[in-house]
Design a protein around this ligand. Structure first.
Ligand SMILES: Cc1ncc(COP(=O)(O)O)c(C=O)c1O
Length: 412
């Protein structure tokens, strides 16, 4: 008898349907396509030579060890290096952070999934900003939560709207405070303080997802939530607090490593480690060894300057092209870092329908509605400025301008 797979899949797979947008975006793999849709770093800044030399060194000096199974928590020297960053790096400045605070994960995407696995029961409320990172919603939806949304504006999550949302007793608050994906927005300092204070008052933990904080190319770095919420007891050699902080090597080194970390209370690290054992035993030993060799002597500090310079140029090229080609009634922001900017078209314009019109012209973006867990944002779009080279950005925005002008002409 032939297997009818639909009858075999778990019920939770029904909340994992493929979207129309994903199907449309598959077309962006054609040649000559200019895509502002992905969240990809600039390939030109990948430090291929440094990685080659590091791989060579690792394989020569400790090849067998680097190809062996290893511990679930991660490669100890890498965890020590990250713990030291968490104490010394100016935005974190944790009073204490040791290796018991650090878990290496296979991308932050895995950390999000582990958080879902270990924290979310069906029906639990999770408080998120709206719009928010789609990958977090995808990771968690399988565990059956309900999303409680708080709106955001140019200064990030509207914390004044948080108090009411906290009364729904959510399991945790999730947000991307720096150069948010999708909006490029950054949570202001005042709101950071308010948020940490409110969350502590209501006894609700925060998941701070921060892959973009190091990609600031303008303005002042703001303190992370994990540092604002840290208890300052000098007797401790570990971080204790109610923030689970995530960051990643994807945007500061290369996403192909699939390497990221969680910094959290040791008790949370033990729990997430148990979840990780069942997921993948451990993150690639080879990746961790090579990344450690690349990162250990402050190479990333110098490398980040190259990334920031590249992204600043690309953002400026995109903004100038939008000024020239986009309709007068479109509005967009000017992020001081990260990889995305956010554009609001005139009310009533449907960005998904504009994407359908853009694909034959070989240009794409992500319609913003995808990032709203409870609906809305139909006239918004996310544009990635990090991946395409400047001449492609100019060409792609000119094409998009034509697509948006057609709409303006059609509606008169
Ligand atoms: C906000 C946010 N969190 C997490 C991730 C996942 O990153 P990775 O799994 O590559 O570390 C991304 C990737 O784009 C992201 O934008």
């Amino acid at each position: 008898m032939e297997t009818i797979w639909q009858h075999v899949y778990a019920a939770r797979t029904r909340s994992m349907s493929s979207s129309v947008i994903r199907e449309l975006l598959k077309l962006t793999e054609q040649p000559d396509f200019i895509s502002f849709a992905g969240g990809l770093p600039a390939p030109e800044v990948f430090p291929v030579e440094q990685v080659r030399a590091a791989a060579d060194k690792v394989l020569t000096e400790r090849g067998a060890q680097a190809l062996q199974y290893s511990t679930t928590e991660g490669y100890r020297p890498l965890r020590e290096l990250i713990a030291s960053w968490m104490c010394t790096e100016s935005r974190h400045h944790l009073p204490a952070c040791g290796i018991d605070n650090i878990l290496i994960t296979s991308g932050s995407q895995q950390a999000l999934d582990l958080i879902g696995r270990m924290f979310i029961d069906p029906g639990d409320r999770i408080l998120v900003e709206s719009p928010t990172y789609l990958g977090a919603l995808q990771a968690w939806s399988a565990y059956g939560p309900q999303y409680v949304t708080v709106p955001s504006d140019e200064a990030g999550m509207v914390v004044d709207a948080l108090e009411d949302a906290l009364r729904t007793r959510p399991k945790f608050i999730y947000l991307v405070p720096n150069f948010n994906n999708p909006t490029g927005r950054t949570l202001s300092l005042q709101r950071r303080r308010q948020l940490v204070e409110l969350a502590a008052r209501h006894g609700v933990p925060i998941v701070e997802d921060d892959p973009y904080g190091q990609l600031r190319f303008e303005g002042e770095a703001l303190p992370s939530l994990v540092s604002l919420a840290a208890h300052t007891s000098m007797a401790n050699t570990a971080y204790h607090g109610s923030v689970i902080y995530l960051s990643s090597f994807s945007k500061i080194l290369a996403p192909g490593f699939r390497l990221a970390w969680v910094c959290a209370d040791p008790e949370v690290i033990v729990t997430l480690t148990r979840g990780k054992q069942g997921a993948d035993l451990h993150t690639s030993t080879l990746s961790q060894n090579i990344a450690y060799e690349v990162a250990k002597d402050n190479f990333l500090d110098r490398h980040l300057e190259v990334i920031r310079q590249t992204y600043r140029t690309r953002r400026d090229v995109m903004l100038a092209a939008m000024q020239q080609h986009f309709p007068l009634d479109a509005r967009w922001n000017r992020p001081e870092g990260g990889m995305f900017l956010w554009c609001e078209l005139a009310p009533g314009v449907d960005a998904t329908e504009r994407l359908r019109a853009a694909v034959p012209k070989k240009v794409a973006f992500v319609p913003g509605a995808s990032f709203y867990p409870c609906g809305g944002g139909e006239n918004t779009m996310r544009l990635n400025f990090s991946n395409a080279a400047p001449d492609k950005i100019r060409e792609g925005i000119a094409r998009l301008g034509e697509v948006l002008a057609e709409q303006v002409a059609a509606t008169g």
